[in-house]
Design a protein around this ligand. Sequence first.
Ligand code: FES
Length: 164
Amino acid sequence: MAFVTEEFRVKAEKICAKYPKRDAALIPLLQELQKESGYVAEEAMDELARFLDLPYSRVKAVVTFYTMFNREPAGKYHLQVCRNISCHMAGAPGLLARLRSKLGITEGETTRDGLFTLSAVECLGACGAAPVMQVNDEYFEKLDESKLDALLEDLKHGKYPLKG
Ligand code: FES
């Protein structure tokens, strides 16, 4: 399966044009690939490296470094709980434990019905509203267990986006 399709190339050239050097568009292009496929496959990294004329190792290093990139197909809802200090102090470990127990999966796994993928991620940049969880593109702040339970119920019933 080709990831860097003709259609993608057209879009990618427009994105590259916004930057002084093509390789500066690496992260936005990875985000674009992920938006289209839900994850960034090994082949996609290879194709993008060739498209940008970069070493594959550089693309792979970026994908591996940033937790926002999925290297495997994620569930319909990707639950990303911040594990950095502010969120940790505000109860993130309890939220993660609750999610593990309610969903029957651990970090990096997807439920068998394909609905939820769970991840613990680095700071989401909303420390003042800790603890924070990102679900796909939406942030949920100042979470506690009851808010988390209600959120999961909403998602199970297909209510997403929840704030839109
Ligand atoms: S520490 Fe959680 S958002 Fe920054």
